[in-house]
Design a protein. Structure first.
Length: 260
């Protein structure tokens, strides 16, 4: 499996888990918790965009300097924002040569499918059951894939966008029952779907490509996801327990964190 980024001594402490519930009651909620969730949603949406088919528009977006990326990482509660910021800057610099980039995308994800970007291409179980369960999650929360999207429900970008939407809902809800329902859905979707296959996808992508853009993008996705799981205390399969940073015990628009 792709290994998490090592934590250097005397650096920023590990991500602090959000205290969701205490003694079966909703824990005291803070504005900082809401900002953390919104910033995490922004990060996942941004990464999802980078897995879209290469285009001049996407290339232009990545060429533009994003001076507040470090601030966004810090607001997310991530333990090593500097390391992930460096990865992001490397990705930006490598988004050159549109033809090469597009050719590798097609080889990896479309024509040869050297690395499946769909859950059912990674998890070898009943495809119909997996897709039906994912669709059930989407329908229950009113999540719809873009009308322009040609991907199936189990495509990486769709699952990342759904998780981002749940994080936004958690940040904005004032109702305890809604909070519990949404938090349970996030736990279940992470354990049953994206949290199960994302680490395998990142590992396979790193092995399948020699293009630095996708190698670094896989590391960025894995690093951000590991921290989202740790901060939100999401359940994970036993075999993935060692993949997370150590814990010391303690349709949607981007830029939601900036609006708080």
């Amino acid at each position: 499996m792709t290994q998490p980024f090592p934590t250097s001594p005397n650096t920023t402490p590990p991500p602090q888990p959000i205290k969701w519930f205490k003694n079966e009651k909703t824990a005291e909620w803070t504005k900082a918790d809401s900002i953390t969730l919104l910033a995490q949603a922004d990060l996942l949406l941004f990464i999802a965009q980078m897995f879209a088919p290469p285009s001049a528009e996407l290339q232009k977006m990545l060429e533009i300097e994003v001076p507040d990326i470090k601030e966004l990482l810090q607001k997310s509660g991530i333990s090593e924002p500097n390391r992930l910021e460096e990865l992001f800057q490397q990705i930006r610099q490598q988004a050159q040569g549109l033809d090469t980039w597009a050719g590798e995308y097609n080889r990896l994800f479309e024509t040869n499918v050297a690395c499946s970007i769909n859950e059912t291409g990674i998890i070898r179980r009943d495809k119909g059951v997996i897709l039906a369960d994912i669709t059930g999650f989407y329908n229950a929360f009113g999540f719809k894939l873009s009308e322009k999207a040609t991907e199936k429900a189990d495509h990486l970008t769709g699952e990342l966008e759904f998780v981002a939407m749940l994080l936004v809902m958690l940040a904005q809800t004032q109702d305890e029952e809604a909070l519990r329902t949404t938090h349970h859905a996030l736990n279940s979707f992470s354990f049953d779907h994206i949290g199960e296959w994302l680490p395998m996808f990142c590992e396979r992508l790193t092995e399948a490509t020699s293009l630095s853009f996708y190698q670094h993008l896989a590391k960025l996705l894995q690093g951000v996801w590991n921290e989202v799981v740790a901060i939100n205390s999401l359940p994970i399969p036993e075999e993935e327990m060692m993949e997370l940073p150590e814990d010391d015990g303690t349709p949607y628009e981007c830029d939601m964190a900036e609006k708080m």
